[in-house]
Design a binder for this molecule. Structure first.
Ligand SMILES: NC(=O)c1ccc[n+]([C@@H]2O[C@H](COP(=O)([O-])OP(=O)(O)OC[C@H]3O[C@@H](n4cnc5c(N)ncnc54)[C@H](OP(=O)(O)O)[C@@H]3O)[C@@H](O)[C@H]2O)c1
Length: 383
């Protein structure tokens, strides 16, 4: 199962709205006769990739063999036929899976379906590791909302911007490059309009991550005003058709809209107002907080808007030094009590004079975006 997990990891970030899954087939003699992972929604599931390899390389060894797969084999017709049927057809005698299907309608169905044909089924092997692998998918299946990763780069005094006239970056090159790798796991990267106006970011995959087979994640901008610079990279570069504007939605509504379109993992890259809203919504599942040895003394806070009435500990917290920067990551542990009204959260702390929040001047580079152009996001492939 460890080897099947390693295979599954190769599909992380590529398969939405399906989960990453790995599979291995072992003959009665103990030889690996097929292996594979799920590469993309609509393409064969991991079990089928492994079975196809075995059929091509060693078909005689398939009857009586054992299939190890990180997720319970599917038992329903989706974009592809049910894997349970193919498993029976090729004569696999034993199936060992890690995580049960998170969809309550399908959980543990494979026991009865495969068992009826004499296939032995064992579930729950390396279960925690296999469940970790599909956490975003599980959340999406159960709630319709994507898994939310928040990434912040801040100074020691909690600022995400430096004083005017200084370079914009807070964290080091190596810390930022480390942070960009989070994009490999994301189906969408979400920012607030002020970050677009101030930073003109590209939000693209970089360096070695280009060419991994990963599609450019959706680039999602939240705005109420619709005042967006039409010449921004997000609207003019080679990936402009991967940019989506969501207007007049609460943070949770924005997540629901993305989930409806098959986004299982969203990476929130700021700024502070959007990050504050993400926490107000209590929908943050994972954080990566990069901290630089710098004190800004002023500037935008990493967490703006309404204060939270409680603190949030991180589960499985990790502290990773990156030269003289540090990344603290983990999984927020949310209290059971929901906050009162996310929609009531103010969108902004007072805007510094001279920013676009003060209203576009005649010489402003910011042009109001016609809602008709952007309000309906382009179609994202659905499950
Ligand atoms: N160090 C870092 O890691 C980092 C990362 C990102 C950004 N930054 C910096 O942070 C600064 C911007 O941060 P910020 O806190 O001022 O602003 P922000 O969070 O980037 O953007 C706030 C704006 O987003 C829109 N918005 C937010 N929530 C919305 C919702 N639910 N629905 C619709 N629109 C929504 C509104 O845009 P409208 O005004 O258009 O209505 C709001 O004014 C920039 O200077 C940037 O350089 C730093």
């Amino acid at each position: 199962m460890g080897q099947a997990l390693d295979l599954a990891k190769r599909g992380v970030g590529l398969t939405s709205p399906n989960p990453p899954v790995g599979a291995l087939i072992v003959s009665q003699e103990g030889a690996v006769i097929g292996s594979g992972f799920h590469r993309k929604a609509g393409m064969p599931h991991a079990e089928i990739v492994a079975i196809d390899e075995a059929l091509e390389m060693n078909p005689r060894a398939l009857p009586g063999s054992t299939l190890y797969v990180t997720l319970e084999p599917c038992s329903t017709q989706g974009r592809t036929p049910p894997c349970t049927q193919t498993i029976k057809d090729v004569g696999i005698r034993r199936v060992v899976f890690g995580a049960a299907d998170p969809n309550p309608k399908h959980t543990n169905r494979s026991y009865a379906i495969l068992g009826a044909s004499g296939v032995q089924v064992t579930g729950g092997v390396l279960e925690d590791e296999c469940l970790d692998m599909i956490r975003p998918f599980s959340k999406w299946v159960m709630t319709g909302l994507p898994w939310v990763i928040v990434k912040v780069g801040q100074s020691l005094d909690g600022r995400i911007t430096r004083p005017p006239g200084e370079p914009v970056w807070i964290t080091s090159d190596s810390a930022r490059s480390h942070a960009r790798r989070l994009r490999l796991r994301a189906d969408a990267i979400l920012i607030g309009a002020e970050t677009l106006r101030k930073d003109n970011p590209r939000l693209t995959l970089r360096d070695a991550d280009v060419g991994t087979g990963k599609e450019q994640p959706w680039r999602v901008v939240l705005t109420r005003s619709g005042r967006l610079p039409v010449d921004a990279h997000l609207f003019t570069d080679a990936f402009k058709d991967r940019t989506v504007i969501l207007q007049n939605l609460s943070f949770t509504e924005a997540l629901r809209e993305l989930g409806r379109r098959g986004v299982c993992t969203v990476l929130v890259e700021g700024g502070g107002i959007v990050i504050g809203q993400a926490f107000q919504s209590q929908e943050v599942d994972e954080v990566h907080w990069y901290i630089a040895p710098r004190i800004c003394g002023s500037g935008r806070p990493s967490f703006a808007g309404l204060p939270l009435p409680f603190s949030i500990p991180l589960d499985h917290a990790k502290v990773l030094p990156i030269a003289d920067n540090v990344c603290i990551s983990g999984f927020p542990v949310w209290p059971d009590v929901p906050l009162e009204n996310e929609a009531a959260a103010p969108l902004s702390t007072p805007a510094p004079t001279g920013t676009p929040d003060a209203g576009p001047s005649p010489a402003s580079p910011f042009t109001a975006v016609t809602p008709a152009v952007f309000q309906s996001p382009p179609a994202i492939s659905t499950p």
